[in-house]
Design a protein around this ligand. Structure first.
Ligand code: DSN
Length: 482
């Protein structure tokens, strides 16, 4: 781990905590022990996961959890919130200093909550409030399709333009299964069919035609940098608010890997993020914004959030303090360098990557050349101790369930201390597994999209090769639960 910690003290803390938990509900204590064992024993390549430091994790297991504190710092709807004020202010101060943002709101419980706060803040700030008040008389769960239509009309039929899901965008950027797709008329921009890269001229053309209230930038499966200066130029040209969801790459922004036009914070009116991915904090979200959106953003609770989670805001403060240390910039740079090593190692061994490489923390494999679906590839890798997730590729012929891709990221294993040699070996293991996997025949003819056969011995061989790497880079070294 990048942050050194006192292994004896942390071991004592967890041993004691597990003893106390075990006395009440041993099943839970056992699951906590097993989760550590499982995470220690696998190559975690899920691009959105990481390992938080013991300081961050321990902060969450405290009585700050027991306090209600609806409202904002110094202006609460409950008495005796002085300690919650302290931790919320500390987290907000660290967030503003780390990202150079004029305002930070650290209450969102997750990424979707952060995006909802941003959406409603933009609507509140830009659209006439009487319309909101009229529609707000009902709970969102009670709204029928007609009600939604009326709500959108009352709000002026607002439009949001975001990156399409199959190009790497996120569900919360205006897609129908998510509330964002019901609140807004949505349209999306994709990526170039030949290069897989974001085409800013296409974004501009779509924005001119669609005239969105909100231009959303950000992604969860696009392996490249985004030029936020260009996105802001487009937003300004069409009178849109630029909202950037940097959940995936916040660690690269914090660690100054993404600077200048690739740092969203100076360009976006509102920036949202989660805190647990490349930022390596507790599970949660936060919103950064320009001053003109601050009042509306601070109304996130009660607009769309319940009482803030004091224990998690405290852990955000600890994680953000860690991210302000020089070691975090080194970590972030290593995440990006390791992603290039992984990409090169895969491509050198014949794997097709979407966009033929990476400029951030993730790679997106197109597994069709192995004759596999993403689901088969994900399962065969998991059987071999390599944890990834299947993901649609642009214009995916297999849809969002089976998919034709697998997404992999470097933040977690970089936290364990993996470098170039380890990531090249990981690439070799991945290719061994994929070339040793074949789809089973489907009962209806052709190939199954789910069932597969992994050649005998490959899973065991890969597990033991993975263990060699993992043993050399232990997770939470010195932390002993027994
Ligand atoms: N579920 C997250 C991811 O894996 O990218 C995004 O919300």
């Amino acid at each position: 781990m990048s942050e050194p910690f006192d292994a004896a003290a942390v071991s004592t803390a967890y041993r004691s905590a597990l003893e106390v938990i075990s006395a009440i509900e041993p099943t839970v204590a056992d699951a906590i022990r097993s989760e550590l064992a499982d995470q220690r024993a696998s190559l975690k390549l899920i691009a959105s996961e990481n390992y938080a430091s013991p300081a961050v994790l321990l902060t969450m297991g405290t009585w700050l959890s027991d306090k209600y504190a609806e409202g904002t710092i110094g202006h609460r709807f409950y008495a005796a919130c002085q300690n919650i004020d302290t931790v919320e202010q500390a987290a907000a101060d660290h967030a503003m200093a780390l990202f150079g943002a004029p305002h930070a709101y650290v209450q969102p419980h997750s990424g979707i909550d952060a995006n909802l706060v941003a959406f409603w803040a933009i609507l509140a700030q830009r659209i006439e409030s009487p319309a909101l008040a009229e529609a707000g008389a009902k709970h969102v769960n009670d709204l029928s399709d007609d009600d939604w239509e009326n709500l959108r009309k009352a709000l002026g039929n607002q439009r949001a333009l975001g990156m399409s899901l199959d190009a790497g965008g996120h569900l919360t950027h205006g897609f129908r299964p998510n509330i964002s797709g019901k609140m807004f008329h949505q349209s999306s921009y994709g990526t170039n069919a030949d290069t897989g890269l974001l085409d800013y001229d296409d974004v501009r053309a779509k924005a001119r035609e669609f005239k969105p209230l909100i231009l959303i930038a950000g992604y969860s499966a696009y392996p490249r940098k985004v030029n936020f200066a260009k996105m802001r130029e487009i937003a300004d040209e069409v009178g849109a608010t630029l909202m950037v969801d940097m959940a995936h790459f916040a660690g690269l922004v914090a660690g100054k890997v993404f600077t200048g036009e690739y740092d969203p914070v100076p360009y976006a009116h509102v920036t949202t993020t989660t805190t647990h991915k490349s930022l390596r904090g507790p599970r949660g979200g936060l919103v950064l914004c320009q001053p003109e959106y601050a009042d509306a953003v601070d109304r996130g609770c009660p607009m769309v959030l319940g009482g803030p989670l004091g224990h998690v805001m405290a852990a955000k403060a600890v994680a953000l303090a860690e991210a302000r240390q020089p070691a975090f910039a080194t970590y972030a740079q290593n995440v990006a360098t390791n992603a290039v090593t992984l990409a090169d190692g895969l491509m050198r061994r014949g794997v097709k990557l979407v966009t033929d490489g990476t400029e951030n923390h993730l790679v997106l494999l197109d597994v069709t050349s192995f004759g596999l679906t993403g689901r088969q590839a994900e399962s065969a890798l998991l059987d071999s101790g390599i944890v990834t997730n299947r993901n649609a590729i642009p214009r995916d012929p297999n849809g969002a369930w089976y998919t034709s891709g697998v997404r992999m990221g470097t933040p977690a294993l970089t936290s364990r201390g993996f470098g170039a040699a380890e990531f090249d070996r990981v690439a070799e293991l991945i290719v061994d597994v994929l070339t040793s996997t074949s789809p089973n025949p489907a009962p209806s003819g052709g190939a199954s999209k789910a069932k597969y056969t992994l050649a005998p011995g490959v899973a065991d061989k890969t597990h033991s090769a993975a263990n060699e790497l993992l043993d050399a880079h232990p997770l939470y070294p010195g932390l002993e639960l027994t």
